[in-house]
Design a binder for this molecule. Structure first.
Ligand SMILES: Nc1ncnc2c1ncn2[C@@H]1O[C@H](COP(=O)(O)OP(=O)(O)OP(=O)(O)O)[C@@H](O)[C@H]1O
Ligand SMILES: [Mg+2]
Length: 291
């Protein structure tokens, strides 16, 4: 991504924060002030939240994997989520993306889109991209073909064969290639890439659809130190333009990219703050960091 794009994103967030501050200072508290819709595409982020979960719970065979979880994310934010194995981090992503239905609670994308009323495929279409831990690129296709494929929304055979990039899409593809550092590998088969490069390619495939919110589950697991450092740079460059939720166990990676860190434990938020703040929290040390 070009620096001017990043700057534009950062500016948008700053402008937006200013609007919210102003609105909160009104007598009505701002919520009903109607100071003009400030939407990112079709997502209404007027209230300063691109993702909003409240009192979400889900049980599997009587075990509460998510237990009255409440959490929200600001537009353009890069939120890190940490917590012990089994805390419910992946399950939370399953709920946001419509893979798992919660038993109760509220899940909103912006202030108007009730995600619990949408199916998994619709949620992806709405602009929520998800990266699972294992890379899922098409190994027998080139980097270029993988990125091109990500644009094909009509999966019919005929539509796919007739598909040609228009110039805006070609520009986007070039921009994404640059962002994910794979310009020099554009004609290589995805199967011949390193693990880290496959992960970047998959992130690139998500970026081709210009998601508003990206959910990334343990993106640097299995990466070399150098790949991890590059991934940190990549995420920092995406911040502002996209909103990101990153689940990771790698604390030095979290330290490099994080602003606010949310600690999940037993399906709920145990602590939230800067990494230094949560690392100093006795409860967090006990359940996670101190082990
Ligand atoms: N589909 C399911 N059926 C039954 N139990 C499940 C299901 N999905 C998750 N769980 C259970 O819910 C709990 C939370 O799991 P989850 O995978 O969300 O944890 P996590 O925080 O992602 O852990 P990790 O850091 O190991 O990835 C675990 O006890 C898990 O066994
Ligand atoms: Mg997990």
């Amino acid at each position: 991504m070009t620096p001017d794009l990043m700057e534009a994103g950062a500016e948008r967030v700053a402008r937006h924060a200013h609007h919210i501050d102003q609105a909160l200072q009104t007598e009505s508290g701002g919520r009903a002030a109607g100071y003009g819709r400030h939407a990112t595409g079709e997502v209404d982020v007027t209230h300063g939240r691109i993702l909003y979960l409240e009192d979400v719970s889900v049980s599997f065979d009587g075990f509460k994997a998510i237990n009255k979880l409440s959490l929200d994310i600001a537009p353009g934010e890069l939120r890190c989520i940490i917590g012990p194995n089994g805390a419910g981090k992946t399950t939370m992503m399953d709920i946001i993306t419509g893979k798992t239905r919660p038993d109760e609670g509220t899940v909103f994308f912006g202030s108007t889109i009730d995600l619990l009323r949408h199916k998994e495929a619709e949620i992806a279409q709405l602009g929520i991209g998800r990266k699972f831990q294992k890379p899922t690129v098409f190994e027998h296709l080139t980097v270029f073909e993988n990125l091109e494929l990500a644009l094909k929304t009509d999966k019919g055979v005929k539509a796919s064969m007739m598909f040609r990039l228009d110039s805006a899409q070609a520009d986007r593809l070039a921009e994404v290639l640059h962002t994910i550092h794979l310009e020099d590998s554009v004609l290589r088969l995805a199967g011949n890439l390193s693990h880290g490069q496959k992960q970047w390619l998959e992130i690139g495939m998500l970026l081709m659809q210009d998601p508003k919110l990206l959910l990334l589950d343990e993106p640097v697991a299995g990466m070399t130190d150098e790949e991890t450092a590059r991934t940190a740079e990549l995420f920092l460059s995406l911040k502002g333009k996209h909103s990101l939720m990153v689940v990771e166990h790698d604390m030095s990676f979290i330290r490099t990219i994080s602003e606010i860190v949310t600690v999940l434990c037993d399906g709920a938020v145990l602590a939230q703050g800067t990494l230094d703040e949560v690392q100093a929290d006795e409860r967090v040390i006990e359940v996670y960091l101190g082990r």
